[in-house]
Design a protein around this ligand. Structure first.
Ligand SMILES: [Mg+2]
Length: 371
């Protein structure tokens, strides 16, 4: 099936479970099946957020990271349930066991998503498409869940491909198809392009990969900083990042790029408060305590600095994180500077509890306010 010229290429599969938390809930609770189901915080009260919505709920416009309150407005008869992380984690391990029949080069991105390098597979199947089909079938037969798969020669394209025919999809983008695929891709889909960067690109008349391709590497770097070089390569289908099987949590971070540059201490401190809450929730969820707090600042000209402070014992309390981040900020003399990004990270975890070792923050988890 694969193009003959693919022989020298890597074979990468990106597997992404479909509406994972909601699908597990519908599998385990027959009364939820066929209904608009929202897994997340309750819609009454403040701060409830949608972690995952079932496909029935998505028809009403409900999406991950939306407030539960808004979800209820969109679909007043939706069912709301709290997440059962222990159950999802168990299913996640079962999925990984299925992957491991084919390869040991598995890089989990979250509980429901992973890259697999099957350039050489344990069963000598040879075809990455065939392996992806078998994995999807095993997940269906053994776990009664569906997954979507993207198959290509690099991580970036495989990940985009898995999203194309969701749910229960399989999409192969071979070497000869990559460049034309990338040319048509809207800039929002590019790795690392958030709302702010996407808007900046559009303001510059850059809407698709083809538009990005017209810029030189130097121009891309000038406008987008370090990641400009990545855009230059990826738009040509080049992504040499390896599938990393043993990536462990070395630090936990939260950061935010702002719609406009911050210029006053009040604004900066208010943003740091928000970022500290996010990072603190995540630390507490993963039961991690870090000894080092690092503040990251990116200025309007993309110049970036970090400042850190270490403590004798691990910590994860909001007050210390907030105070330390503000103290580190004050020491940079931020008055009258133009700041486009602030971030806080904790590192130096020391002993990580054994059961947490494999787990990494997921996009879904990141958006969920842990209680
Ligand atoms: Mg998913």
């Amino acid at each position: 099936m694969e193009n003959a010229s693919a022989q020298n290429h890597r074979k990468i599969i990106h597997i992404d479970m479909d509406a994972f938390y909601a699908s597990v809930e519908q599998r385990d609770n027959p009364e939820y099946r066929g209904k608009p189901l929202v897994v997340g915080g309750p819609p009454e009260g403040r701060g409830g957020v949608v972690a995952t919505a079932s496909y029935e709920a998505r028809k009403f416009g409900i999406r991950s990271a939306m407030s539960s309150k808004q979800a209820l407005q969109l679909c007043p008869h939706a069912l709301f349930v709290r997440p059962r992380f222990a159950a999802y984690k168990e299913v996640s391990q079962q999925i990984r066991e299925i992957f491991s029949r084919y390869t040991d080069l598995i890089e989990p991105l979250s509980l429901d998503e992973a890259y697999l390098d099957v350039t050489s597979d344990k069963l000598n199947i040879g075809s990455a498409i065939e392996i992806a089909q078998q994995i999807k079938q095993a997940i269906k037969d053994e776990l009664q869940l569906t997954a979507s798969a993207g198959v290509s020669i690099n991580k970036f394209v495989a990940k985009i491909a898995s999203d194309i025919n969701k749910p229960d999809g399989l999409k192969f983008i071979g070497p000869s198809a990559i460049e034309s695929f990338m040319e048509k891709l809207p800039v929002e889909k590019f790795f690392g392009v958030g709302k702010v960067t996407a808007q900046k690109m559009k303001n510059m008349g850059l809407h698709t990969g083809d538009d990005l391709k017209k810029l030189t590497e130097a121009e891309l770097s000038k406008h987008f900083g370090k990641v400009g070089r990545f855009y230059f390569n990826i738009v040509r289908g080049i992504d040499n990042r390896e599938v990393q099987p043993h990536r462990e949590t070395k630090s936990l971070a939260a950061e935010d790029t702002f719609a406009y540059d911050l210029t006053t201490i009040e604004e900066m401190e208010a943003e740091l408060d928000k970022i500290a809450v996010t990072v603190c929730n995540r630390l507490q969820h993963y039961q991690l305590k870090g000894r080092t707090i690092t503040l990251k600042i990116k200025y309007h000209d993309f110049k970036q600095i970090t400042r850190n402070q270490s403590f004798p014992a691990g910590l994860n309390d909001l007050e210390t994180i907030c105070l330390t981040a503000k103290k580190l900020l004050a020491a940079t003399e931020p008055e009258d500077k133009r700041i486009r990004l602030l971030g806080i990270s904790l590192s130096n975890f020391g002993e990580v509890p054994v059961k947490q070792k494999e787990e990494k923050p997921t996009d879904q988890l990141r958006l969920f306010p842990f209680k």
